[in-house]
Design a protein around this ligand. Structure first.
Ligand code: GDP
Length: 441
């Protein structure tokens, strides 16, 4: 996601940094390049114009030019304004003070409504809520089955009944929530291929009978400015409260995510970042800006790590690392922990410095290479993992054969393990800057 935009912005800032002293003309030149990068990323042209107006007003001035690090000052301003553009803070899905909370998921067909409804149900369950899903996409029977399958996985009940109208289904949902003591109703409404009057009328009728606490418009980030136009059209008729932007994991250029808030004044509340049920996150403008600028998203990574790792294991590992008696056994445990974060390519995307050109590298680290590294480690004896220095030529050959890999791969792993160990010793010695070792996959 946003790879091309990130790469262009990084190039621009690199050129600016290499200039040494900056003049007003240098900053203006850099901002012209930022403008082009944003337009190429399909950001709405009015949004680009106003955004750059704001950035320029702050960046072209004596304060910035005479600061100690003018290049960093300019980047900071761009970052600040990107955050503002996307809404400045995390906008939560609000719960009604008097349950049940009614959430309508609306949008065009294929935007990802059904998937997002189930993902949201899962997220709310993890927050301790008791959600109930209503399958109201009656024109697409497959959508009802799809919702049932997804809901089954997360064990959330689905209300649906053949030959009922969407309005009746919303009513049934409300009645069922009372009966089943559920505090949130998520209604997956019908989509259409295009915005049309019938669809809007139907949604208005549902909302008139069972009023929404949240009416979330689901849009597909891959559709760029079309998503923004769809949002404008829906907003004209319906009391939308926010946007769920899906498919941010694809190669969306970023235009929709960067324009929709400014054009429609609707906050992006949630983003979909994959097809799996856990791939839904609150939208965080601050982190998104860092990601766009290639500064990584280490906070999301840490949160994911905290959510998925066993705290005691992590603690024990951290202690070993600082004691520098790190063995290949610990290394194997470390790989296990990293694997819990999700596919490696995703983990890498969130690491600082992995934006732009570096991001291409992530295509090379596939999870199969992790499997190979694990196979090598598993083919070693316990003694070998504890004391890798005993692994001589014949042992290397045996390990390679046992793991279905080559001696070269075994050598590479051992060499890189050595580097990691050295780095850990340095880390123990001084707290200064550390260089990340190359990981063996
Ligand atoms: P609906 O017609 O709006 O209900 O759309 P669906 O929920 O059926 O989604 C349409 C397609 O998009 C399905 O194949 C989903 O698996 C896929 N999809 C939905 N959300 C995401 C997402 O965040 N990332 C990716 N990669 N695919 C998604």
């Amino acid at each position: 996601m946003f790879d091309a935009l990130t790469e262009k912005l990084q190039q621009t800032f690199k050129r600016m940094r290499n200039k040494g002293r900056l003049t007003e003309a240098d900053v203006k030149e850099a901002l012209r390049e930022v403008r082009l990068a944003l337009l190429e990323a399909d950001v709405n042209f009015k949004v680009v114009r106003e955004f750059l107006g704001r950035v320029e007003a702050r960046a072209v001035g004596q304060d910035v030019l005479e600061s100690l690090t003018p290049d960093q000052a300019v980047i900071r301003i761009v970052r600040d304004e990107l955050i503002q553009l996307m809404g400045s803070h995390v906008e939560r899905v609000h719960m009604a003070s008097n349950p049940p909370t009614v959430i309508y998921m609306v949008g065009l067909q294929g935007a990802g409504k059904t998937t997002a409804s189930a993902k949201l149900a899962r997220m709310l369950r993890h927050q301790g809520r008791q959600p109930l899903l209503v399958a109201a996409d009656i024109y697409r029977p497959a959508a009802i089955d799809q919702l049932k399958v997804l809901a089954d996985k997360i064990q959330v009940p689905v209300v649906t009944e053949p030959s009922k109208t969407p309005v009746e289904l919303a009513e049934l949902g409300k009645a069922a929530s009372r009966r089943m003591a559920k505090d949130v109703i998520i209604i997956d409404t019908a989509g259409r291929l295009h915005v049309d009057d019938d669809l809007m009328g139907e949604l208005e009728a549902m909302n008139a009978r069972i009023p929404a606490n949240e009416m979330l418009l689901v849009v597909d980030a891959m559709t760029g400015q079309d998503a923004v136009r769809v949002a404008e059209a829906f907003k004209e008729r319906l009391p939308l409260t926010g946007v769920v932007m899906t498919k941010l994991d694809g190669d969306a250029r970023g235009g929709a995510a960067l324009s929709i808030r400014e054009v429609t004044q609707l906050p992006i509340k949630l983003v979909g970042s994959g097809e799996k049920l856990e791939d839904l996150e609150p939208f965080n403008p601050d982190r998104m800006a860092s990601r766009i600028l290639g500064m990584g998203d280490i906070l999301t990574l840490i949160e994911k790590a905290e959510a998925s790792m066993d705290r005691e294991d992590t603690q024990a590992l951290a202690e070993k690392i600082t004691k520098a008696d790190f063995t290949l056994d610990d290394f194997r445990a470390m790989i296990d922990q990293v694997k819990k974060l999700g596919p490696l390519s995703k983990v890498m995307e969130m690491m600082p410095g992995m934006g732009g050109k570096m991001a291409k590298m992530k295509d090379k680290v596939d999870d199969r290479s992790v499997v190979r590294v694990e196979a090598i480690l598993n083919s070693m004896t316990k003694k070998e993992r504890q004391r890798p220095e005993i692994i001589d030529g014949s042992r290397r050959l045996r390990i390679a054969r046992g793991s279905g890999t080559t001696v070269q791969e075994v050598n590479r792993l051992l060499k890189q393990f050595d580097e990691i160990k050295k780095m850990m010793k340095q880390m123990k010695g001084k707290k200064g800057r550390m260089r990340m070792p190359r990981m063996p996959f």
